[in-house]
Design a protein around this ligand. Structure first.
Ligand code: PEP
Ligand code: MN
Length: 269
């Protein structure tokens, strides 16, 4: 059973039908939107598990070229369609002003800035300018490198154009020889972030920290033990056949079991 009530979470996701008072707040969905069928099947099963904020990458930042780089704008009508059919909100990654423009036109509910964009002040500034005067929740992943200043600076750039529904996502940090994690968690960085900006909700992304599905539960539980506000977990109907991040995605079924086992220690005074 989960504790309730985090005022900053309800401010971040001001959608009355979303139970953003419940902790941890859960965001789930495929790494990438691949086909209309994959999206539909995944969302249908996640809705059955009570997930109402779906993630799905449309523009994919790939480390090396010539792989699948996301369906792009073609995926936006598919997302509209699942939103017509199911009571869900949808989050996508944006990495440029044109992504923002397309996402807003398509009625995307929540945006996130990926780790490879947070690292670049020009990119963050471009995204910020494109959002001036627009009221939409934006989640900012930590930069790929362990630089707290860059992460804080991205918040400051978005705040300076008037955005105030902002959340942080801890997805771990690039490393050379961490044999366990795809991205080293370096928990002290999100913890220090929270001492500086305690009012900003902190969401953990165990999928990109672990890079492998067997480690997702222990990282998710550790985040809850550290009083994180929410989790973003990658989920796909056929993880092994996923076009990106196959090793780390969970079926909605397995995600449902995990949710049932997570314990929150959050104490509210
Ligand atoms: C993702 O969420 O699929 C992604 C590309 O994440 P990150 O920016 O954390 O690497
Ligand atoms: Mn991914």
């Amino acid at each position: 059973s989960f504790a309730a009530m985090n005022p900053s979470m309800t401010n971040l996701f001001p959608f009355p039908e979303l139970n953003s008072e419940r902790l941890p707040f859960l965001i789930a969905g495929p790494c990438s939107v691949e086909t209309p069928e994959q999206l539909h099947a995944t969302v249908a099963q996640l809705v059955n598990k009570g997930i109402q904020l779906i993630r799905g990458g449309v523009w994919k930042p790939r480390t090396r070229p010539n792989g699948f780089e996301g369906v792009g704008t073609l995926a936006l009508p598919w997302i509209k369609e699942v939103k017509r059919e199911f009571p869900v909100r949808f989050a996508v990654e944006v990495a440029s002003a044109s992504h923002v423009e397309e996402a807003l036109k398509a009625g995307i509910d929540v945006l996130w800035i990926g780790a490879r964009s947070t690292v670049n002040p020009f990119t963050v500034q471009e995204i910020a300018e494109s959002l001036r005067g627009i009221d939409i929740p934006v989640l900012i992943k930590n930069p790929v490198n362990p630089d707290l200043g860059l992460w804080l600076g991205a918040f400051e750039r978005l705040e300076s154009v008037g955005l105030n529904r902002l959340g942080a996502i801890h997805r771990g940090f690039s490393n050379y020889r961490d044999k366990i994690h795809r991205n080293s968690p370096m928990w002290q960085i999100p913890i220090e972030f929270r001492t500086i900006r305690p009012e900003i909700p902190m969401i953990n992304d165990p999928s990109h920290i672990s890079g492998r599905r067997d480690l997702v539960p222990s990282i998710a539980q550790k985040a809850l033990d550290l009083n994180f506000d929410g989790l973003m977990i990658e989920s796909h109907v056929r993880p092994d056949a996923a076009w990106t991040d196959a090793a780390q995605q969970l079926t909605p079924e397995v995600l449902g079991e995990l949710i049932g086992k997570l314990k929150t220690r959050k104490i509210h005074f």
